[in-house]
Design a protein around this ligand. Structure first.
Ligand code: CMC
Length: 382
């Protein structure tokens, strides 16, 4: 039995996977061997989901069939929408509403009785979850604005359709492409906390709804998916401050504030996803307001170079630039982390199926540091 304690499981190898790989020193990320840059620039989110789930990039027929089968599953049962409305009316946070709704979707799963080791059935369920999450999130936003949900648009891909259901208007090409890229960049990322959570749940041979609901829960925290919202809140704080944005960063640094969107357990250099999103943020800024992009680049330059964080291996992660990109797309700030979940669900599903295919219950150890040999005292005598 191992005596080494690996707090936070840092550096612990627990599974083999063909899905994605990160070279944290080179700043390289691949999905099934394809560089993330090539996928983000050349593929659609649907192609990437197909790649993750089926092991190869689809040809035109495969993509058409897959896209059609996803589009057919976008509608969400009225009962679930009613619950989503109640949650919106009660002022629930969208990430929590998504967690509740995803769990509830299982009640309307037509293959609810399928064996957990029927992986084709699990992938079909995964397809339903992936198709319905955007509908749930957009409906939540509409309800809290006091409006009715917008029906899915049959001719739009998953990314463009989400923006359409959110606003009721078809996005322009730049917005649709940018959002599609953002989904691709977030689809998978090795054994991050939420993926590992889903795998732990999947390793008990629990169903995929449980695994995805668990993934959403793990993703919600500020050390993981919650950081993208925190980044935008920091940028807004800068905007509202009396200080110039450069002075604001200096002061925050002097106060010892940890800036969200910086640092990563695996990357020692700038996250390749952040580089792509930075380009998109710059492009959107050229088209509209440039202050958000300027704030981020100032923070990055100050922390990385003047404060020497780059030398220490603390660099911008994916969340650093996604916030300003989503903001420029007009997406509400508290939807950023749910959007991360909307994309990452495909990765959770892929990892659960891959792991269950050669399953072993995940069951680590903790070192007991409590007292030994306590003498029990009955309740009446305590
Ligand atoms: N700003 C300044 N210093 C930092 C930061 C930061 N954002 N992040 C880490 N450090 C320093 C930290 O102070 C520590 O320094 P020292 O060794 O001198 O005490 C060192 O880096 C290691 O930090 P850690 O917290 O022990 O590292 P970790 O691997 O446990 O945590 C992390 C990784 C992502 C939780 C952390 O970098 C962090 O809190 N970042 C801000 C939140 C964030 O952006 N999260 C999103 C992560 S990427 C997307 C995702 O996976 O969801």
């Amino acid at each position: 039995m191992a005596d080494d304690l690996n707090k936070g499981l840092e550096g612990v190898l627990v599974a083999e996977s063909e899905l994605s790989s990160i070279d944290g020193d080179a700043g390289r990320l691949i999905y099934r061997g394809y560089p993330i840059e090539d996928l983000a620039r050349g593929a659609s989110y649907e192609e990437v989901v197909y790649l993750l789930w089926h092991g190869h990039l689809p040809d035109e027929d495969e993509l058409a069939t897959f896209t059609e089968s996803l589009n057919e599953e976008r509608t969400v049962d009225e009962d679930v929408l009613e619950t989503v409305k109640q949650l919106a009316d009660a002022g629930e946070q969208p990430m929590a509403a998504l967690r509740t709704a995803t769990s509830m979707l299982s009640a309307y799963e037509p293959e609810g009785d399928a064996d957990p080791d029927d992986f084709d059935a699990t992938l079909r369920k995964g397809r339903r979850i992936t198709a319905k999450i955007p509908t749930v999130l957009a409906a939540f936003e509409r309800y809290r604005l006091g409006e009715e949900p917008v029906d899915p648009h049959p001719d739009l891909g998953l990314a463009a359709n989400f923006l359409y259901m959110l606003t009721g208007e078809e996005p322009d090409d730049l917005a649709a492409e940018t959002f599609d890229q953002a989904l691709i960049l977030h689809a998978d990322h090795g054994l991050n906390a939420s993926t590992f959570t889903s795998m732990v749940i999947g390793s008990t041979m629990a169903d995929i709804y449980s695994a995805v609901t668990g993934g959403i829960s793990a993703l919600s925290g500020p050390l993981h998916g919650g950081a993208n919202q925190d980044v935008m809140e920091v940028l807004m704080e800068i905007d509202e401050s009396d200080l110039d944005h450069r002075e604001w960063v200096e002061q925050a640094n002097e106060e010892g504030r940890r800036i969200p969107g910086f640092g990563h357990r695996v990357y020692n250099v700038k996250d390749p996803r952040a580089k792509i999103l930075e380009e998109r943020s710059e492009e959107l800024a050229a088209d509209g307001e440039d202050k958000w992009y300027n704030y981020t680049t100032t923070i990055e330059q100050y922390l990385s170079e003047e404060q020497g964080l780059a030398e220490k291996g603390i660099a911008p992660n994916v969340d650093f630039y996604s916030g300003s990109v989503y903001y420029q797309l007009g997406i509400p700030i508290d939807m950023y982390t749910p959007i991360f979940a909307m994309s990452r669900a495909s990765g959770w599903i892929a990892h659960v199926v891959e792991y269950q295919d050669d399953n072993r219950l995940i069951r680590p150890l903790s070192r007991y540091t409590g007292p030994e040999d306590q003498e029990f005292v009955s309740l009446e005598e305590r």
